[in-house]
Write a protein of this length. Structure first.
Length: 245
């Protein structure tokens, strides 16, 4: 397994990061735990989840698996927050209130005292960037979070956040998790990549295989319908490739 430094953190993570979006949902608990164990045995030390995956089940399963394997100390654990966690109007977004509550809930589900990389799943124009960053700074000072990152940010919003961190001497995002694969390249390559390179951010792309489309197993809409992951995303890729040919 090859390892790389994550952004400017000095932390070395495996080149392959295990994504757990399907764990507890389309991938049942037993299979999820088997996959986690296999990945750790092969040298993967970087695992990514989110509090919204499978209605919190992904975090619960991951926490249980790491505890059972005794591998938490050697695993770089990343999770994300933003989306609604209940019908409460304040249990969502990037406010200080929700951020702190979401972090404490994730820590409990993950059976850990700290999150190595805490990521904002989306940006939120309704909340000032400095409010979110100050709350994240408090979590870092409390030892609950070690580094922060962004996911699904536009280049403009990411640049604004980085500038705010520099101006106010607050922690900055050390990574970006964008949608990026060989089918959907422009959004990242045109604006986000130059910014990430200039600022030294680590990049953890998602849908790297375009939901399985790039493996070659989906060649028609009939193929897509055979898989629980086929659905609308793969059909979109089939349509876009057909249009480009």
């Amino acid at each position: 397994m090859e390892y790389r430094v994550l952004g400017r953190t000095g932390v070395r993570v495996s080149q392959i990061c295990l994504g757990t979006m399907m764990f507890g949902g389309k991938t049942d608990k037993a299979e999820s735990i088997r996959i986690i164990g296999h990945a750790l045995d092969k040298g993967v030390n970087f695992v990514d989840t989110a509090n919204v995956y499978a209605g919190n089940e992904s975090e619960r399963i991951l926490g249980e698996a790491l505890a059972a394997a005794g591998k938490r100390q050697n695993t770089i654990l990343a999770t994300k927050f933003y989306f609604p966690q209940s019908k409460d109007e304040n249990a969502r977004g990037l406010s200080r209130r929700h951020l702190i509550e979401a972090c404490d809930a994730s820590l409990k589900r993950l059976r850990t005292d700290w999150i190595d990389l805490y990521q904002l799943h989306r940006s939120n124009a309704d909340v000032p960037i400095d409010e979110t960053l100050r709350a994240l700074d408090d979590l870092i000072r409390a030892g609950k979070v070690r580094a922060i990152g962004a996911s699904n940010y536009s280049a403009a919003r990411l640049d604004e956040a980085l500038q705010t961190s520099a101006q106010l001497t607050l922690p900055r995002y050390e990574s970006l998790q964008p949608l990026y694969n060989l089918v959907e390249r422009a959004a990242y390559e045109d604006e986000l990549e130059p910014l990430c390179r200039r600022e030294g951010l680590g990049v953890i792309n998602y849908f790297g295989l375009a939901s399985g489309f790039l493996t070659g197993k989906y060649r028609s809409e009939a193929d897509a319908s055979k898989s629980p992951r086929g659905g609308g995303i793969v059909k979109k890729y089939l349509t876009s490739v057909a249009a480009a040919c």
